[in-house]
Design a protein around this ligand. Sequence first.
Ligand code: ATP
Ligand code: MG
Length: 648
Amino acid sequence: MAKAGQTEPIEALLKEGRKFPPSKDFVKQAQVKSASIYKDAGGDLVRFWEKQAKRLRWMRPWKKALEWKLPYAKWFVGGKLNVSDNCLDRHVEGPHKNKAAFIWEGEPGDSRVLTYRDLWREVNRFASALSKHGVKKGDAVTIYMPMIPELPIAMLACARIGAPHSVVFGGFSPESLSDRINDCKSRIVITSDGGYRRGGTVPLKKNTDGALKACSFVSTVIVYRRTGQEIAWQDGRDVWWHDFIKTGDAYIKPEPMDAEDMLYLLYTSGSTGKPKGIIHTTGGYLTGITATHRMIFDLREDDVYWCTADIGWVTGHSYIVYGPLANGATSVMYEGTPDYPDKDRFWRIVEKYGVTILYTAPTAIRTFVRWGEQFPNRCDLSSLRLLGTVGEPINPEAWVWYWQVIGRRKCPIVDTWWQTETGQILITPLPGITVAKPGSATRPFPGVSADVVNDKGESVDAGYLVLKKPWPAMLRGIYGDPERFVKQYWSQVPGVYFTGDGAKRDEDGYFWLLGRIDDVMNISGHRVSTMEVESALVDHPAVAEAAVIGRTHDIKGQAIAAFVTIKSSVTATDPLKDEIKAHVAKKIGALARPDDVIYAAELPKTRSGKIMRRLLRDVAEGRALGDTTTLADPAVVADLKQKYEDAE
Ligand code: ATP
Ligand code: MG
């Protein structure tokens, strides 16, 4: 707590005392059982990461493990390797040859299984075809596809020949796509006619045609036929995937890549403003994600692992494609939405394939809470043994629901904090060791140095989350904008990486993410975090999801406006609003009592499912809306704007 006259970056209000140790059975079989790993790695983090890197296949060993000239880090300098060689060839040469790499399910219910050998075969052909078409090491390729196996095939093919890819999430508009193509100047775009979503189709080729009006330098569009829908065709530029791949040979040697060569470029989700093109490289990246994927998900040979993210986000890059494949895992991949044809689709998939590890997002969990338990309860979820979350802080109530209803009180939950920029998970439980506390991402992964500081860089109980030492999968820059790189991440607090997130640390050294620094509210001189007020709101039995913002107030500086969605089974009334306000005051203090409660059918979210509080601030202040290109559904904000104006 801040002392009188001293403002700390944030105050901590919420006390969550519940603790969940892993079960004896889980501990017995766990990959990582001894907490000494933290001490060992902490003693010499470079040696720790070198040990992890040695599990990969290198074409040439590195000379120097880390070269650190703030803010630029180079990992495994002088080493050479190829990511597709590590993800495919290595397994195809051994006992994993015919193991399932992907178990894929399309939204209409069609399904395909691709073994490591199948994937290797497709990737070779496609990579060879790209190479014959003139795509060379260093040439950027844009990929705009639905969640079908050809998406990872295209990524791995690019990686095989050393062409950095830029995957653009298939939900983005033509404008967002053309912005991203223009930013990296890729001459090749890989797409499909369409993709299935919520019973309809998404017109990906049509969107691509629209985007390319502003990108005349694009010479080739490779189109996979997924839906068979009607599309326009530009001769000379457009080519069908099935024709294109035939021009490739059965094998192409993986390009030896420098550890520091670019693997891909990926734009952040844009919760706070204009998305940034984040650069990730080869050796350190693969090391970081492979080690974290193996240890955090306690990966075993017979696991059926399912990460429900879209590959268009970093979670999909690191923990659907590269991490699981490098580890020789079997992954489930699903094309569509969780409510098609019914709200039990995820649980049907878990039951059908015997999923053992499920990795999803708080936004999805809160939606499942709103829909009700009847959907998971009608499926057999007994195969599950470990659960994970990523993307936003998870409210303790949602965590406990996930643990009880989905995990049936026996699966540990790993709440993993990381960013597009960090490439790999950085703050997380290790499921066989960590006693979880709902709402806390717990501790930095071994070999990761994190702290909570004030503006001067001094450690405090609640403040800015920073990273003090380099980690292997860290970003190497913002594409085409070195100044923004320095300003955004390396200038706020001297000498350390600034995450932009607030956090507090408790008496056990656990980290609790408090939301974004930009979203922190200032109520009568107290710096209040969005996460804590939202968690207190979600703690009320009627509330499924909440977003709070500070709006200008004459006396207090800011007043709290709370936008809430309530559970399907509850009716929205005025007395309920007062009850909700009182609940927050009781849970975390009168200071945090919302001035307004606004019922919302939906909250404005990014395409990746994160709440966009900056748009809610615009609504509450009656301003024009800021950048909305990454907004999932514009109707949601329009609706709230109307409601807000009507109420005034
Ligand atoms: P932009 O940087 O353009 O605003 P973004 O930050 O939403 O976009 P991502 O890189 O996808 O883009 O998201 C990373 C952010 O997500 C983190 O900085 C943090 O705010 C939030 N986050 C991710 N995982 C967790 C978690 N387990 N707990 C709390 N917050 C999380
Ligand atoms: Mg961010």
